[in-house]
Design a protein. Structure first.
Length: 328
C-alpha cells in the first residue's frame, strides 16, 4: 500500500466528498453495525466516524450525544493516519488524548479501538470505533471483530455510492443530485449564503441518436460529463437527471456568476468535437437555464422548475445559449 496517501489530506478529503455521504440522514445498515459493535464488544459507545477537513462527523452512533466534533479533539484523526487499527487502553495516560474534551468531559472516554475505513483507492476516510468509559485492553480477537465490521461499513459505503452515481457517465444520478441539493438548500438558508442551479440539455440529441446510433449518443453524454468534471470546481455538484438532461449546483455563487460558469462550460462543450469510430468528428452543443436560489423559492422542485423554464427559453431562443431567471 502506498503510504504517501496517508500524508495527502487534500486528496483524502476529496475521496471522502466523492462518497456523497457527509451530513446524510440516518441509514439502517450503519445503525445496525454500531448496535452490533456495542453488543458484541460490550462497549457503551460505538460510532461510524467520517473525518472531514476540520471535523469528525458520525454517520451512525451509539452512546454519544454529539453529531460531530472538531477534528482537533478526535481520536479518529490519529486512526486515519495509519494502516493498522489504533488501540488506546487508557486515554488519561496517553499525552495525545489526556486533555481531549471527550475524555475530560462527557462521555468520559477512557479506552478506544478504531479501525480505518479505507476506500478502494487506499484513502482512510474515517474509522469504525469502539469506546469504553473505563480503561480496557482490547485483545486481538476484539480488534479482529471490529475489523470485520469495518469491512462491512466500507462495502455499504460503496453500495450507497453505486446507487447515487450514474453508470454511463459517472456523475450523480437524479437521486444523488436531489439528496445533495436538498442539503445545499438547507445550508444556504442557515448561513445566509448564495447558491445557483443550472440545468442543461444536449441540443438535437434525438437527431444524434437517429443519425449516428445510440452508442454515439452515449459517447456524447460521456464527453459532456468529462468536460464538466475538468471545468467545474470540486465543490460544484453535477448530475444526470435523465436522458440528455443534466443539472449543476454551484454553491456560493450568484446568478450572474453562475451564468459565467455555465457559459464557460457551454463553450467547452461546443469547442470539443467528438471523434467517431469512422474517423470523422461530431460537434454537439447544449442549452442552459440558470436560477439563483431566492427567498421565495419554496422547494427544490420549485427551484428546478425555475431553471427548467430558463432552459426552455434557451431552447426556444436558438439553442447553444444560456438564460438567467430574474428574481421573483
Amino acid at each position: 500500500m502506498d503510504d504517501t496517501l496517508l500524508r495527502d489530506d487534500d486528496a483524502r478529503v476529496a475521496a471522502l466528498r466523492r462518497l456523497y455521504v457527509l451530513d446524510t440522514a440516518i441509514e439502517e445498515p450503519f445503525e445496525k453495525i454500531v448496535t452490533l459493535v456495542r453488543t458484541v464488544l460490550a462497549v457503551p459507545i460505538a460510532t461510524v466516524t467520517l473525518v472531514d477537513r476540520d471535523r469528525q462527523w458520525f454517520k451512525a452512533k451509539r452512546g454519544i450525544d454529539q453529531n460531530e466534533t472538531p477534528r482537533s479533539m478526535s481520536f479518529c484523526t490519529h486512526t486515519i493516519q495509519q494502516r493498522e487499527p489504533l488501540v488506546i487502553e487508557n486515554a488519561l495516560e496517553d499525552p495525545r488524548f489526556a486533555n481531549v474534551p471527550l475524555v475530560l468531559g462527557p462521555p468520559h472516554v477512557r479506552s478506544y479501538a478504531g479501525v480505518p475505513l479505507r476506500t478502494p483507492e487506499g484513502y482512510n476516510v474515517g474509522a469504525l470505533c469502539a469506546m469504553d468509559t473505563r480503561p480496557r485492553r482490547f485483545n486481538p480477537g476484539d480488534v479482529a471483530i471490529l475489523g470485520n465490521f469495518a469491512n462491512i461499513v466500507c462495502d455499504e459505503l460503496e453500495l450507497r455510492l453505486i446507487a447515487q452515481v450514474d453508470h454511463l457517465t459517472g456523475v450523480l444520478t437524479r437521486r444523488g443530485f436531489v439528496d445533495q441539493a436538498v442539503k445545499e438548500i438547507e445550508r444556504t438558508r442557515r448561513y445566509g449564503r448564495t447558491t445557483s442551479l443550472v440545468m442543461l440539455d444536449v441540443d438535437h440529441f434525438k437527431r444524434v441518436n437517429d443519425t449516428y446510433g445510440h452508442a454515439v449518443g452515449d459517447q456524447a453524454l460521456q464527453t459532456i460529463a468529462r468536460i464538466a468534471e475538468a471545468t467545474l470546481r470540486p465543490s460544484d455538484l453535477f448530475g444526470r437527471l435523465g436522458g440528455e438532461e443534466f443539472a449543476l449546483l454551484l454553491p456560493e455563487t450568484s446568478g450572474g456568476a453562475a451564468v459565467i460558469a455555465a457559459e464557460r462550460l457551454r463553450r467547452e462543450i461546443a469547442d470539443h468535437p467528438m471523434m467517431l469510430p469512422d474517423g470523422s468528428t461530431l460537434s454537439v452543443t447544449a442549452s442552459f437555464g440558470v436560477a439563483e436560489l431566492s427567498a421565495s423559492t419554496s422547494s427544490l422542485a420549485a427551484w428546478l422548475a425555475r431553471a427548467d423554464t430558463m432552459l426552455y427559453a434557451a431552447k426556444s431562443g436558438g439553442r447553444n445559449c444560456t438564460k438567467l431567471a430574474q428574481d421573483n
